[in-house]
Design a protein around this ligand. Structure first.
Ligand SMILES: Cc1cc2nc3c(=O)[nH]c(=O)nc-3n(C[C@H](O)[C@H](O)[C@H](O)COP(=O)(O)OP(=O)(O)OC[C@H]3O[C@@H](n4cnc5c(N)ncnc54)[C@H](O)[C@@H]3O)c2cc1C
Length: 428
């Protein structure tokens, strides 16, 4: 029987603690907050997209950074096993559009409650309101850590749990770290563990906000705030080179653009751009090719000969966008339809299929669904999740330099790496 400490009561930490407790180990789970699973609570807009039921090979296509690193953990504990875990512990799941898996209840709190019940069944000791301030390493092997009590501190409209000064030491045979990235800090993931690990010789790759909305200073954008577009195409261009091309749903905001399509695109963009000119190009009518769209507009113009341009194109667009198209095409919106030239119509078609937005940056970590970067995968054994630098130290979840697109893939990474790390302590 070994003393195992798991740090971080998120998805990865809870799953790691459950797996580590399978063989009767004495497992302690340490969490700075007053409750477990604060981030899980807000996932999937409160419904928690637990995993994705796609083929495992397809799963790896959705992983942006270091997919190969995840082979052992994902094949060892895949979405079917996650599905069984929740269902066999009285949390029925359902599969929705895009193979996204949710609890039947549509409440993320049921996912947290299920994990808590299993932790209890496995006799995992849970220390809440405790913050790990130091890792104790002797002769290249982890021997324990130091913890401090946390107390609530108001941060805007949120409460975070910050450590007090006094610390106490706890010893352990093995430590599993699952402290997350640095996005949505209010949920507890503050990145301090990265500093501790750097001091101990680990490499932390560059941390960047992932699955994040994009900003633009183009003046026509903010009046569109709240407008959501379905079935549009988005291309992201950096230095005139295409880095992303996708189809789906997007949203205009007061600062720029967001929505599933944009968040996905941003994950590709982050890899490529750093202060380079970047444009988002939206095709508002991807189902119509240039000529078909031109014919459709001609027909609308014929039906509205004596009306203004803005009325002539009103059948094609949501009302908020109607004035934007003439503006960007450089045509007076009040010009009579029967005065519009062929060249001007060509400009309208071009604008509808190439609505161009200058991107000035992305939102910060507070609005990023995930953190790109983390503990270098080169320094972790992918078959065990053990550190290659410090013996008996393991990693799980978002703190590792792996990240995926939206659709339940990031939580699957947390479950799989957590499960493997927990299992691996049994082999020590
Ligand atoms: C708004 C939002 C929606 C999302 N929706 C989905 C979704 O539907 N599906 C999906 O797959 N993914 C989703 N994600 C991503 C997913 O939630 C995360 O990738 C995943 O929860 C990461 O789990 P983790 O356990 O690695 O880290 P975290 O959940 O961040 O857990 C880390 C834990 O460690 C604790 N901790 C940190 N430092 C210390 C310390 N020093 N001492 C003690 N405790 C510490 C923190 O308090 C925290 O509880 C979403 C993310 C966000 C922000």
């Amino acid at each position: 029987m070994k003393d195992v400490i798991v740090v971080g009561g998120g998805a990865a930490g809870m799953m790691a603690a459950i797996a580590a407790a399978e063989n009767g180990n004495k497992v302690t789970l340490i969490e700075r907050n007053d409750k477990l699973g604060k981030k899980i609570f807000i996932t999937g807009k409160g419904r928690c997209n637990v995993t994705n039921a796609c083929d495992t090979t397809e799963f790896f296509n959705q992983v942006i950074s270091n997919p190969k690193f995840l082979y052992s953990s994902i094949y060892g504990y895949d979405h079917d096993m996650v599905y069984d875990f929740f269902e066999s512990n009285s949390c029925p799941l359902k599969i929705e559009r895009g193979e996204r898996v949710f609890p039947v209840s549509d409440h993320s709190s049921d996912i947290i409650r299920t994990l808590e019940n299993v932790l209890k069944k496995k006799n995992v000791k849970i220390l809440k309101n405790k913050y790990v301030t130091e890792l104790t390493v002797k002769e290249g092997k982890i021997t324990g850590l130091k913890i401090a009590n946390t107390r609530p501190s108001k941060s805007g409209s949120f409460v975070t749990y910050e450590p007090e000064r006094m610390t106490e030491s706890i010893s352990a045979h093995a430590v599993i770290l699952a402290t997350g990235g640095i996005s949505y800090r209010v949920t507890g993931s503050d990145g301090n563990m990265f500093k501790l690990l750097t001091k101990l010789g680990h490499t932390i790759t560059e941390l960047r906000p992932g699955l994040v909305p994009l900003e633009s200073k183009d003046s026509w954008i903010s009046p569109l705030s709240g407008l959501s577009l379905k079935n549009v195409s988005l291309r992201l261009m950096v230095n005139n080179k295409k880095v992303y091309d996708g189809f789906g749903e997007m949203l205009f905001t007061h600062f720029g653009i967001s929505g599933p399509l944009v968040l996905t695109g941003a994950s590709y963009l982050n890899k490529k751009y750093a202060c380079q000119p970047c444009k988002a190009i939206i095709d508002l009518k991807p189902a119509l090719d240039h000529d078909t769209l031109d014919k459709r507009i001609l027909r609308d113009f014929e039906d509205n000969k004596n009306k203004s341009l803005k009325n002539g194109i009103s059948g094609l667009l949501p009302s908020k966008l109607i004035s934007v198209i003439p503006l960007l095409a450089g045509i007076d919106e009040d010009k009579k339809v029967n005065e519009i030239t062929k060249e001007e119509r060509e400009k309208i078609v071009h604008t509808l299929k190439n609505l161009e937005i200058n991107i000035t940056g992305s939102r910060d970590f507070n609005e990023a669904i995930i953190t790109i970067g983390g503990v270098s995968t080169k320094e972790i054994n992918p078959s065990t999740m053990e550190s290659k630098i410090i013996k008996n130290l393991f990693f799980a979840g978002e703190m590792i330099d792996v990240d995926a697109l939206t659709g339940g893939y990031n939580l699957q990474i947390a479950w799989s790496t957590g499960h493997l790390a927990g299992q691996s302590v049994n082999e020590l």
